[in-house]
Ligand binder design. Structure first.
Ligand code: PLP
Length: 228
C-alpha cells in the first residue's frame, strides 16, 4: 500500500502552493479523498492522517464502508452517477452529492432526507464542452435547475461540479474550468449563495486551482492506483 499519510501531506502542500501561486489564499482549496475501490484499511490510514472527507462512486460499496467505519467522523460525498432508484440511501447516508443533474432526482433527495439531519449539501454537475461522460446538466438549463434546487428544503445548493475529458495540455485543461467558474459567478451575481466549485482530479488539479476550484477530488494521487 502507498504511504497515504505522506501523500496527503505532500498534496496539502502542493494544493496550498498552487493556490498562492495564483493569488489565492492557501486555505481556499479543500481536498476530497476519492476512495472508490480502495479498501477500508486505506480509508483508515487517511483518517489517521487527519483526512475527513471521502468521495465514493458506488452506492453499495460506500454503504459497506460506512458500516465498517461507523466509529469514525468521516464526511461522505457521493460523486458517482445517481439514478432515481438510489436516492433514498444517498439521502439517508451521505453528507454531500456532487453529481446532481436532474430535478426529479433533486426532489426525491429532498423528500427523502431524514428530518433529523441537516439539509444534504449538493453541487450541480454541469456538462461543459469537453465532458468525459454524458452526465451533467446542459449549461442552458442550469439556471432553472439551480432555482428549483435552492427552493427544496431538504437540500442546500453549494455550487457546481464538472469532470472534463482528460487532456495533458495545461492551457487546454484550464479552458473548461474557466467556463465553469464564469457560469458559477453568473449564478452568484443572480443571487444564489454558492461557495463550492468542485473541480479537478489527480490529473488536472493544478489547472482547476488556477481557475478557482475550491475543492479538488483526488483518488490516485492520494491512494495510488485503484485495485482491479
Ligand atoms: C474517480 C473520480 C475522481 C478521482 O480521480 P483520480 O484520477 O483517481 O484522482 C474524481 N472525480 C470523480 C467524479 C471520479 O469519479
Amino acid at each position: 500500500m502507498k504511504n497515504i499519510a505522506q501523500s496527503l501531506t505532500d498534496l496539502r502542500h502542493e494544493i496550498a502552493a498552487c493556490a498562492r501561486e495564483h493569488g489565492r489564499d492557501a486555505t481556499a482549496v479543500s481536498l476530497l479523498a476519492v476512495s472508490k475501490k480502495q479498501p477500508v484499511a486505506a480509508i483508515r490510514a487517511a483518517l489517521d492522517a487527519g483526512q475527513t472527507d471521502f468521495g465514493e462512486n458506488y452506492l453499495q460499496e460506500a454503504l459497506d464502508k460506512m458500516t465498517a467505519l461507523a466509529d469514525s467522523h468521516a464526511c461522505w460525498h457521493f460523486i458517482g452517477p445517481l439514478q432515481s432508484n438510489k436516492t433514498r440511501a444517498v439521502a439517508e447516508h451521505f453528507d454531500w452529492v456532487h453529481t446532481l443533474d436532474r430535478d426529479k432526482v433533486a426532489r426525491r433527495l429532498s423528500e427523502q432526507r431524514p428530518a433529523d439531519r441537516p439539509p444534504l449539501n449538493v453541487c450541480i454537475q454541469v456538462n461543459i464542452s469537453a465532458e468525459a461522460s454524458k452526465s451533467g446538466v446542459d449549461p442552458a438549463r442550469l439556471p432553472e435547475l439551480a432555482a428549483t434546487i435552492s427552493s427544496l428544503p431538504g437540500l442546500r445548493l453549494r455550487g457546481l461540479m464538472a469532470l472534463p475529458a482528460p487532456t495533458v495540455d495545461f492551457e487546454a485543461q484550464r479552458r473548461p474550468f474557466r467556463q465553469l467558474r464564469e457560469t458559477f459567478e453568473q449564478l452568484r451575481a443572480g443571487g444564489l449563495e454558492l461557495d463550492t466549485l468542485s473541480l479537478g482530479t489527480s490529473a488536472d488539479f493544478a489547472a482547476a486551482i488556477a481557475e478557482g476550484s475550491t475543492l479538488v477530488r483526488l483518488g490516485t494521487a492520494v491512494f495510488g492506483a485503484r485495485p482491479g
